[in-house]
Write a protein that binds this ligand. Sequence first.
Ligand code: GLN
Length: 487
Amino acid sequence: MKEVTRMSALTLARKIKNRELSVEEVTEAQLQVIKEREPIYNSYITITENEAKEQAKAVQRQIDDGEFKNSPLAGVPVAIKDNICTKGVKTTCASKMLADFIPSYNATVTERLRDAGAILIGKVNLDEFAMGGTTKTSYFGPSKNPWNPDYTPGGSSGGSSAAVAAEEAFVSLGSDTGGSIRQPAAYCGLVGFKPTYGTVSRYGLIPLASSLDQIGPLGRNISDCVSVLEAISGYDPKDSTVVKQEKYAYSQALVDDVSNMRIGIPKLYLDEDLNEDIRSCFMGALKTFEDMGAKLEIFDINEIMYSLQAYYVISCAEASSNLSRYDGVRYGHRTADYDSLDELYKNSRGEGFGYEVKRRIMLGAYMISSGNYETYYNKARRIRSAISRAYEKAFDKYDVLLSPESLNTAPLLSSDSSQTHKKHKSEMLNCSVNLAGLPAVSIPCGKDRKGLPIGLQLIGNKFGEKNIIQAAYSFEQTKPYERPKVR
Ligand code: GLN
Protein backbone atom coordinates (compact mmCIF):
# COMPACT_ATOMS: atom_id res chain seq x y z
CA MET A 1 0.00 0.00 0.00
CA LYS A 2 2.91 2.34 0.74
CA GLU A 3 3.81 2.14 -2.94
CA VAL A 4 0.60 4.03 -3.68
CA THR A 5 1.45 7.03 -1.53
CA ARG A 6 4.92 7.36 -3.10
CA MET A 7 3.65 8.21 -6.57
CA SER A 8 3.48 11.69 -7.94
CA ALA A 9 0.03 13.26 -7.91
CA LEU A 10 -0.13 13.15 -11.70
CA THR A 11 0.79 9.45 -11.89
CA LEU A 12 -1.79 8.67 -9.24
CA ALA A 13 -4.52 10.59 -11.08
CA ARG A 14 -3.67 8.72 -14.28
CA LYS A 15 -3.92 5.35 -12.54
CA ILE A 16 -7.26 6.34 -11.06
CA LYS A 17 -8.50 7.39 -14.47
CA ASN A 18 -7.33 4.10 -16.01
CA ARG A 19 -9.13 2.16 -13.28
CA GLU A 20 -5.89 0.68 -11.95
CA LEU A 21 -6.69 2.16 -8.55
CA SER A 22 -9.94 3.26 -6.95
CA VAL A 23 -10.24 6.56 -5.10
CA GLU A 24 -11.40 4.70 -2.01
CA GLU A 25 -8.37 2.45 -1.83
CA VAL A 26 -6.04 5.39 -2.41
CA THR A 27 -7.72 7.34 0.39
CA GLU A 28 -7.53 4.32 2.66
CA ALA A 29 -3.81 3.90 1.90
CA GLN A 30 -3.17 7.58 2.55
CA LEU A 31 -4.97 7.49 5.89
CA GLN A 32 -3.03 4.39 6.87
CA VAL A 33 0.31 6.07 6.18
CA ILE A 34 -0.79 9.18 8.07
CA LYS A 35 -1.72 7.11 11.11
CA GLU A 36 1.64 5.35 11.09
CA ARG A 37 3.76 8.46 10.64
CA GLU A 38 1.95 11.19 12.53
CA PRO A 39 3.37 10.18 15.90
CA ILE A 40 6.78 11.11 14.46
CA TYR A 41 6.12 14.09 12.18
CA ASN A 42 3.08 15.88 13.60
CA SER A 43 2.27 17.37 10.21
CA TYR A 44 -1.47 17.52 10.82
CA ILE A 45 -3.64 19.46 13.20
CA THR A 46 -6.84 17.79 11.98
CA ILE A 47 -7.17 14.58 9.97
CA THR A 48 -10.49 14.55 8.14
CA GLU A 49 -10.84 10.78 8.01
CA ASN A 50 -14.62 10.46 7.74
CA GLU A 51 -15.08 13.36 5.37
CA ALA A 52 -12.26 12.05 3.16
CA LYS A 53 -13.78 8.58 2.97
CA GLU A 54 -17.17 9.98 2.07
CA GLN A 55 -15.69 12.33 -0.49
CA ALA A 56 -13.69 9.44 -1.98
CA LYS A 57 -16.88 7.48 -2.57
CA ALA A 58 -18.58 10.45 -4.18
CA VAL A 59 -15.61 11.29 -6.42
CA GLN A 60 -15.29 7.65 -7.56
CA ARG A 61 -18.96 7.68 -8.48
CA GLN A 62 -18.49 10.87 -10.47
CA ILE A 63 -15.47 9.42 -12.27
CA ASP A 64 -17.54 6.33 -13.10
CA ASP A 65 -20.18 8.67 -14.52
CA GLY A 66 -17.61 10.22 -16.81
CA GLU A 67 -16.87 13.40 -14.88
CA PHE A 68 -13.43 14.91 -14.16
CA LYS A 69 -12.11 13.81 -17.56
CA ASN A 70 -9.75 16.78 -17.71
CA SER A 71 -8.88 17.11 -14.06
CA PRO A 72 -5.35 16.00 -13.12
CA LEU A 73 -6.34 16.02 -9.45
CA ALA A 74 -9.42 13.78 -9.38
CA GLY A 75 -9.05 11.37 -6.46
CA VAL A 76 -5.75 12.85 -5.25
CA PRO A 77 -5.42 13.32 -1.45
CA VAL A 78 -4.39 16.88 -0.61
CA ALA A 79 -3.57 18.64 2.67
CA ILE A 80 -4.51 22.26 3.35
CA LYS A 81 -2.68 24.68 5.64
CA ASP A 82 -4.76 25.35 8.71
CA ASN A 83 -5.13 29.07 8.03
CA ILE A 84 -7.31 28.34 4.98
CA CYS A 85 -11.03 27.98 5.68
CA THR A 86 -12.71 24.63 5.25
CA LYS A 87 -16.46 24.51 5.79
CA GLY A 88 -17.41 22.33 8.75
CA VAL A 89 -13.76 21.48 9.48
CA LYS A 90 -11.74 23.17 12.21
CA THR A 91 -9.44 25.96 11.00
CA THR A 92 -7.19 26.91 13.88
CA CYS A 93 -4.26 28.99 12.53
CA ALA A 94 -2.32 26.88 15.06
CA SER A 95 -3.54 29.29 17.72
CA LYS A 96 -5.37 28.84 20.99
CA MET A 97 -7.43 31.80 19.79
CA LEU A 98 -9.03 29.72 17.02
CA ALA A 99 -8.54 26.23 18.49
CA ASP A 100 -12.28 25.51 18.22
CA PHE A 101 -13.17 27.64 15.21
CA ILE A 102 -15.25 25.83 12.59
CA PRO A 103 -15.83 28.01 9.50
CA SER A 104 -19.25 28.09 7.92
CA TYR A 105 -17.80 28.56 4.45
CA ASN A 106 -15.01 27.32 2.21
CA ALA A 107 -12.11 29.42 1.01
CA THR A 108 -12.18 29.81 -2.77
CA VAL A 109 -9.12 27.56 -3.08
CA THR A 110 -10.79 24.84 -0.98
CA GLU A 111 -13.84 25.05 -3.19
CA ARG A 112 -11.76 24.86 -6.35
CA LEU A 113 -9.81 21.82 -5.18
CA ARG A 114 -13.10 20.11 -4.42
CA ASP A 115 -14.42 21.04 -7.84
CA ALA A 116 -11.32 19.40 -9.31
CA GLY A 117 -12.14 16.18 -7.45
CA ALA A 118 -9.22 16.37 -4.98
CA ILE A 119 -9.74 14.63 -1.64
CA LEU A 120 -9.20 16.83 1.44
CA ILE A 121 -7.30 14.54 3.78
CA GLY A 122 -6.62 17.04 6.55
CA LYS A 123 -5.46 20.41 7.83
CA VAL A 124 -1.77 20.90 8.35
CA ASN A 125 0.35 22.63 10.96
CA LEU A 126 1.95 26.10 10.80
CA ASP A 127 3.50 28.73 13.00
CA GLU A 128 0.77 30.54 14.91
CA PHE A 129 -1.05 32.81 12.43
CA ALA A 130 1.76 32.03 9.93
CA MET A 131 4.26 34.11 11.89
CA GLY A 132 7.56 32.30 11.85
CA GLY A 133 9.75 29.89 9.97
CA THR A 134 9.87 26.68 12.02
CA THR A 135 6.32 25.69 13.25
CA LYS A 136 7.74 26.08 16.75
CA THR A 137 5.15 28.72 17.62
CA SER A 138 2.26 26.36 16.85
CA TYR A 139 -0.16 25.87 19.74
CA PHE A 140 -0.21 22.20 18.71
CA GLY A 141 3.53 21.63 18.92
CA PRO A 142 6.11 21.67 16.12
CA SER A 143 6.17 19.45 13.04
CA LYS A 144 9.33 17.44 12.29
CA ASN A 145 11.46 17.30 9.17
CA PRO A 146 11.04 13.94 7.37
CA TRP A 147 14.72 14.02 6.38
CA ASN A 148 15.62 14.01 10.04
CA PRO A 149 13.05 14.53 12.79
CA ASP A 150 15.52 16.43 14.96
CA TYR A 151 15.28 19.29 12.47
CA THR A 152 12.51 21.74 11.65
CA PRO A 153 10.54 21.25 8.43
CA GLY A 154 10.60 25.05 8.03
CA GLY A 155 7.69 27.42 8.21
CA SER A 156 5.35 28.87 8.44
CA SER A 157 3.91 26.19 6.09
CA GLY A 158 5.92 23.49 7.89
CA GLY A 159 3.01 21.06 8.17
CA SER A 160 2.43 21.47 4.43
CA SER A 161 6.05 20.54 3.69
CA ALA A 162 6.39 17.76 6.29
CA ALA A 163 3.17 16.09 5.09
CA VAL A 164 4.19 15.98 1.43
CA ALA A 165 7.80 14.92 2.11
CA ALA A 166 6.66 12.19 4.52
CA GLU A 167 4.16 10.97 1.90
CA GLU A 168 1.26 11.84 4.17
CA ALA A 169 -0.29 13.79 1.26
CA PHE A 170 0.48 14.02 -2.45
CA VAL A 171 0.37 17.80 -2.60
CA SER A 172 -0.54 20.54 -0.18
CA LEU A 173 -1.49 24.19 -0.02
CA GLY A 174 0.58 26.72 1.88
CA SER A 175 0.53 30.50 2.18
CA ASP A 176 3.48 32.78 1.56
CA THR A 177 3.74 36.26 3.07
CA GLY A 178 7.51 36.44 3.30
CA GLY A 179 8.74 33.03 2.15
CA SER A 180 6.46 30.63 3.98
CA ILE A 181 5.89 28.31 1.01
CA ARG A 182 9.39 28.41 -0.48
CA GLN A 183 11.49 28.04 2.67
CA PRO A 184 9.71 24.94 4.06
CA ALA A 185 9.76 23.42 0.56
CA ALA A 186 13.54 23.99 0.44
CA TYR A 187 14.07 22.51 3.92
CA CYS A 188 12.11 19.38 2.98
CA GLY A 189 13.44 18.83 -0.56
CA LEU A 190 10.18 19.80 -2.28
CA VAL A 191 8.94 22.21 -4.89
CA GLY A 192 7.11 25.20 -3.38
CA PHE A 193 5.40 27.72 -5.63
CA LYS A 194 4.41 31.26 -4.68
CA PRO A 195 2.34 32.76 -7.50
CA THR A 196 2.22 36.42 -8.53
CA TYR A 197 0.14 38.48 -6.08
CA GLY A 198 -3.36 38.54 -7.53
CA THR A 199 -3.20 35.15 -9.24
CA VAL A 200 -4.90 33.09 -6.53
CA SER A 201 -7.90 34.25 -4.52
CA ARG A 202 -7.25 34.96 -0.85
CA TYR A 203 -10.94 34.70 0.01
CA GLY A 204 -11.09 32.45 3.07
CA LEU A 205 -7.37 32.71 3.83
CA ILE A 206 -7.09 34.02 7.38
CA PRO A 207 -4.85 37.01 6.70
CA LEU A 208 -1.43 37.76 8.09
CA ALA A 209 -0.56 40.75 5.87
CA SER A 210 -3.15 41.18 3.15
CA SER A 211 -0.93 43.05 0.69
CA LEU A 212 1.72 40.30 0.79
CA ASP A 213 -0.18 37.01 1.37
CA GLN A 214 -0.54 34.58 -1.49
CA ILE A 215 -1.65 30.92 -1.48
CA GLY A 216 0.30 28.35 -3.47
CA PRO A 217 1.13 24.64 -3.76
CA LEU A 218 3.89 22.42 -2.37
CA GLY A 219 4.60 19.16 -4.18
CA ARG A 220 7.25 16.58 -5.00
CA ASN A 221 7.77 17.96 -8.49
CA ILE A 222 6.93 21.02 -10.54
CA SER A 223 4.28 19.25 -12.63
CA ASP A 224 2.24 18.35 -9.53
CA CYS A 225 2.47 21.96 -8.33
CA VAL A 226 1.37 23.23 -11.73
CA SER A 227 -1.72 21.04 -11.71
CA VAL A 228 -2.71 22.50 -8.33
CA LEU A 229 -1.95 26.03 -9.51
CA GLU A 230 -4.19 25.53 -12.53
CA ALA A 231 -7.01 24.37 -10.31
CA ILE A 232 -6.83 27.18 -7.75
CA SER A 233 -5.87 30.24 -9.81
CA GLY A 234 -8.14 32.64 -11.67
CA TYR A 235 -10.57 35.48 -11.17
CA ASP A 236 -12.76 35.49 -8.11
CA PRO A 237 -15.33 38.20 -7.48
CA LYS A 238 -14.92 37.58 -3.73
CA ASP A 239 -11.34 38.93 -3.69
CA SER A 240 -10.90 42.32 -5.29
CA THR A 241 -7.13 41.87 -5.62
CA VAL A 242 -7.38 38.90 -7.98
CA VAL A 243 -6.54 39.99 -11.46
CA LYS A 244 -9.10 39.52 -14.19
CA GLN A 245 -7.15 37.77 -16.90
CA GLU A 246 -7.77 34.87 -19.17
CA LYS A 247 -7.08 31.59 -17.43
CA TYR A 248 -3.61 30.50 -18.44
CA ALA A 249 -2.87 26.80 -18.85
CA TYR A 250 0.35 26.71 -16.82
CA SER A 251 1.01 23.12 -17.87
CA GLN A 252 1.86 24.42 -21.35
CA ALA A 253 5.03 25.79 -19.78
CA LEU A 254 6.26 22.33 -18.75
CA VAL A 255 8.84 22.36 -21.51
CA ASP A 256 12.42 21.13 -21.25
CA ASP A 257 14.17 24.05 -22.91
CA VAL A 258 16.09 26.99 -21.50
CA SER A 259 18.22 27.70 -24.54
CA ASN A 260 18.77 31.44 -24.78
CA MET A 261 16.80 32.07 -21.63
CA ARG A 262 18.32 35.15 -19.94
CA ILE A 263 19.07 34.44 -16.31
CA GLY A 264 20.22 37.06 -13.80
CA ILE A 265 21.98 36.28 -10.52
CA PRO A 266 21.87 38.99 -7.81
CA LYS A 267 25.47 39.53 -6.74
CA LEU A 268 24.46 40.06 -3.15
CA TYR A 269 24.10 36.35 -2.64
CA LEU A 270 27.45 35.31 -3.93
CA ASP A 271 29.09 37.17 -1.08
CA GLU A 272 31.14 35.52 1.59
CA ASP A 273 28.05 34.65 3.65
CA LEU A 274 27.12 31.55 1.75
CA ASN A 275 27.79 28.28 3.50
CA GLU A 276 30.13 26.02 1.56
CA ASP A 277 27.65 23.27 0.76
CA ILE A 278 25.03 25.75 -0.40
CA ARG A 279 27.56 27.64 -2.45
CA SER A 280 28.79 24.55 -4.27
CA CYS A 281 25.21 23.39 -4.89
CA PHE A 282 24.26 26.82 -6.19
CA MET A 283 27.31 27.01 -8.43
CA GLY A 284 26.49 23.52 -9.70
CA ALA A 285 22.98 24.67 -10.53
CA LEU A 286 24.30 27.70 -12.43
CA LYS A 287 26.55 25.41 -14.43
CA THR A 288 23.63 23.12 -15.22
CA PHE A 289 21.66 26.05 -16.60
CA GLU A 290 24.66 27.19 -18.60
CA ASP A 291 25.17 23.72 -20.02
CA MET A 292 21.53 23.66 -21.04
CA GLY A 293 22.07 26.80 -23.11
CA ALA A 294 20.84 29.59 -20.83
CA LYS A 295 22.66 32.93 -20.78
CA LEU A 296 23.75 33.74 -17.25
CA GLU A 297 24.84 37.08 -15.86
CA ILE A 298 25.63 38.37 -12.39
CA PHE A 299 24.11 41.78 -11.64
CA ASP A 300 23.60 44.27 -8.80
CA ILE A 301 20.26 44.85 -7.14
CA ASN A 302 21.20 46.55 -3.91
CA GLU A 303 17.73 47.95 -3.25
CA ILE A 304 16.70 44.59 -1.78
CA MET A 305 19.14 45.19 1.08
CA TYR A 306 16.32 47.02 2.86
CA SER A 307 13.56 44.56 2.17
CA LEU A 308 13.64 42.89 5.55
CA GLN A 309 13.06 46.14 7.42
CA ALA A 310 10.28 47.18 5.05
CA TYR A 311 8.75 43.71 5.25
CA TYR A 312 8.56 43.72 9.04
CA VAL A 313 7.07 47.21 9.24
CA ILE A 314 4.42 46.48 6.60
CA SER A 315 3.60 42.93 7.70
CA CYS A 316 3.35 43.80 11.40
CA ALA A 317 1.26 46.89 10.64
CA GLU A 318 -1.18 44.88 8.56
CA ALA A 319 -1.17 42.00 11.04
CA SER A 320 -2.02 44.26 13.96
CA SER A 321 -4.99 45.59 12.05
CA ASN A 322 -6.09 42.16 10.74
CA LEU A 323 -5.86 40.55 14.15
CA SER A 324 -7.89 43.23 15.91
CA ARG A 325 -11.00 41.24 14.99
CA TYR A 326 -10.26 38.67 17.68
CA ASP A 327 -11.84 40.36 20.65
CA GLY A 328 -13.49 37.47 22.47
CA VAL A 329 -16.91 38.78 21.48
CA ARG A 330 -17.63 37.61 17.99
CA TYR A 331 -15.67 34.39 17.68
CA GLY A 332 -12.47 32.79 18.86
CA HIS A 333 -11.29 32.28 22.43
CA ARG A 334 -13.25 34.03 25.17
CA THR A 335 -11.83 34.36 28.64
CA ALA A 336 -13.78 33.05 31.60
CA ASP A 337 -12.27 35.77 33.74
CA TYR A 338 -13.74 39.28 33.26
CA ASP A 339 -15.83 41.89 35.03
CA SER A 340 -15.93 44.54 32.34
CA LEU A 341 -15.87 44.77 28.56
CA ASP A 342 -12.33 46.06 28.68
CA GLU A 343 -11.24 43.06 30.70
CA LEU A 344 -13.04 40.73 28.30
CA TYR A 345 -10.99 42.12 25.41
CA LYS A 346 -7.73 42.16 27.30
CA ASN A 347 -7.96 38.74 28.88
CA SER A 348 -9.32 37.01 25.78
CA ARG A 349 -6.49 38.36 23.65
CA GLY A 350 -3.94 37.86 26.40
CA GLU A 351 -4.86 34.20 26.82
CA GLY A 352 -5.62 33.42 23.18
CA PHE A 353 -2.48 34.71 21.44
CA GLY A 354 1.04 33.35 21.84
CA TYR A 355 4.15 35.43 22.45
CA GLU A 356 5.23 36.00 18.83
CA VAL A 357 1.75 37.08 17.77
CA LYS A 358 1.52 39.57 20.63
CA ARG A 359 4.97 40.89 19.84
CA ARG A 360 4.02 41.60 16.24
CA ILE A 361 0.65 43.13 17.11
CA MET A 362 2.34 45.55 19.50
CA LEU A 363 5.06 46.40 17.03
CA GLY A 364 2.53 46.94 14.25
CA ALA A 365 0.22 49.07 16.39
CA TYR A 366 3.17 51.23 17.38
CA MET A 367 4.28 51.76 13.81
CA ILE A 368 0.91 52.89 12.52
CA SER A 369 0.02 55.04 15.49
CA SER A 370 -0.24 58.72 14.71
CA GLY A 371 3.15 60.32 14.89
CA ASN A 372 4.92 57.12 13.89
CA TYR A 373 3.02 56.45 10.69
CA GLU A 374 5.14 58.78 8.61
CA THR A 375 8.42 57.69 10.16
CA TYR A 376 7.92 53.97 9.77
CA TYR A 377 4.99 52.91 7.66
CA ASN A 378 5.23 55.46 4.87
CA LYS A 379 8.99 55.06 4.70
CA ALA A 380 8.56 51.30 4.38
CA ARG A 381 6.08 51.85 1.57
CA ARG A 382 8.59 53.99 -0.28
CA ILE A 383 11.25 51.31 0.11
CA ARG A 384 8.73 48.81 -1.19
CA SER A 385 8.23 50.90 -4.34
CA ALA A 386 11.97 51.19 -4.83
CA ILE A 387 12.33 47.41 -4.58
CA SER A 388 9.52 46.89 -7.10
CA ARG A 389 11.16 49.31 -9.52
CA ALA A 390 14.55 47.62 -9.13
CA TYR A 391 13.02 44.26 -9.95
CA GLU A 392 11.13 45.77 -12.89
CA LYS A 393 14.41 47.06 -14.25
CA ALA A 394 16.03 43.66 -13.77
CA PHE A 395 13.26 41.99 -15.74
CA ASP A 396 13.92 44.26 -18.71
CA LYS A 397 17.14 42.33 -19.02
CA TYR A 398 16.37 38.87 -17.65
CA ASP A 399 13.61 36.29 -17.95
CA VAL A 400 14.35 34.62 -14.64
CA LEU A 401 16.44 35.45 -11.56
CA LEU A 402 18.23 32.74 -9.60
CA SER A 403 19.29 32.68 -5.95
CA PRO A 404 19.75 30.15 -3.20
CA GLU A 405 16.37 29.79 -1.47
CA SER A 406 17.95 30.06 1.93
CA LEU A 407 21.45 30.66 3.25
CA ASN A 408 21.17 27.70 5.58
CA THR A 409 19.57 24.28 5.55
CA ALA A 410 16.96 23.31 8.15
CA PRO A 411 18.09 24.21 11.69
CA LEU A 412 17.76 21.84 14.63
CA LEU A 413 14.41 22.11 16.36
CA SER A 414 16.30 22.57 19.59
CA SER A 415 18.37 25.48 18.27
CA ASP A 416 17.65 29.04 19.23
CA SER A 417 15.77 30.47 16.27
CA SER A 418 16.22 34.09 17.16
CA GLN A 419 17.53 36.44 14.54
CA THR A 420 20.94 35.52 13.25
CA HIS A 421 22.66 37.45 10.52
CA LYS A 422 22.24 34.56 8.10
CA LYS A 423 18.59 34.15 8.86
CA HIS A 424 18.12 37.83 8.15
CA LYS A 425 19.78 37.60 4.79
CA SER A 426 17.81 34.49 3.92
CA GLU A 427 14.58 36.22 4.76
CA MET A 428 15.67 39.11 2.57
CA LEU A 429 15.84 36.71 -0.36
CA ASN A 430 12.31 35.66 0.29
CA CYS A 431 10.40 38.71 1.37
CA SER A 432 11.65 41.10 -1.32
CA VAL A 433 9.69 38.87 -3.71
CA ASN A 434 6.49 39.39 -1.72
CA LEU A 435 7.04 43.13 -1.44
CA ALA A 436 7.24 43.31 -5.24
CA GLY A 437 4.36 40.83 -5.71
CA LEU A 438 6.45 38.55 -7.92
CA PRO A 439 6.12 34.81 -8.56
CA ALA A 440 8.89 32.54 -7.29
CA VAL A 441 9.48 28.85 -6.89
CA SER A 442 11.91 26.88 -4.77
CA ILE A 443 13.14 23.60 -6.22
CA PRO A 444 15.47 20.98 -4.76
CA CYS A 445 19.06 21.31 -5.93
CA GLY A 446 21.11 19.03 -3.68
CA LYS A 447 21.94 18.21 -0.08
CA ASP A 448 24.40 19.44 2.50
CA ARG A 449 26.91 17.24 4.38
CA LYS A 450 24.31 16.47 7.02
CA GLY A 451 22.06 15.06 4.31
CA LEU A 452 19.55 17.91 4.52
CA PRO A 453 18.02 19.35 1.33
CA ILE A 454 19.10 22.61 -0.29
CA GLY A 455 16.70 24.75 -2.32
CA LEU A 456 17.19 26.88 -5.40
CA GLN A 457 14.95 29.92 -5.88
CA LEU A 458 13.73 31.00 -9.32
CA ILE A 459 12.07 34.41 -9.42
CA GLY A 460 9.92 35.59 -12.31
CA ASN A 461 8.49 38.86 -13.51
CA LYS A 462 4.91 39.74 -12.54
CA PHE A 463 2.67 37.13 -14.18
CA GLY A 464 5.84 35.56 -15.57
CA GLU A 465 4.99 32.14 -14.13
CA LYS A 466 5.60 30.60 -17.52
CA ASN A 467 9.35 31.30 -17.45
CA ILE A 468 9.98 29.98 -13.97
CA ILE A 469 7.92 26.85 -14.63
CA GLN A 470 9.87 26.18 -17.81
CA ALA A 471 13.23 26.76 -16.09
CA ALA A 472 12.23 24.66 -13.07
CA TYR A 473 10.99 21.84 -15.28
CA SER A 474 14.18 21.84 -17.36
CA PHE A 475 16.34 21.76 -14.23
CA GLU A 476 14.23 18.98 -12.74
CA GLN A 477 15.00 16.76 -15.73
CA THR A 478 18.63 16.76 -14.60
CA LYS A 479 17.77 16.02 -10.96
CA PRO A 480 15.03 13.48 -10.29
CA TYR A 481 13.12 13.68 -7.02
CA GLU A 482 14.91 12.23 -4.01
CA ARG A 483 12.76 11.02 -1.13
CA PRO A 484 13.73 10.98 2.53
CA LYS A 485 14.02 7.59 4.21
CA VAL A 486 10.79 7.85 6.13
CA ARG A 487 9.83 4.97 8.39
N1 GLN B 1 9.26 34.03 8.26
C1 GLN B 1 8.43 35.10 7.81
C2 GLN B 1 7.73 35.72 8.98
O1 GLN B 1 7.81 35.18 10.06
C3 GLN B 1 7.47 34.58 6.79
C4 GLN B 1 6.06 34.40 7.21
C5 GLN B 1 5.15 33.96 6.09
O2 GLN B 1 5.50 33.97 4.92
N2 GLN B 1 3.92 33.62 6.47
O3 GLN B 1 7.15 36.76 8.85
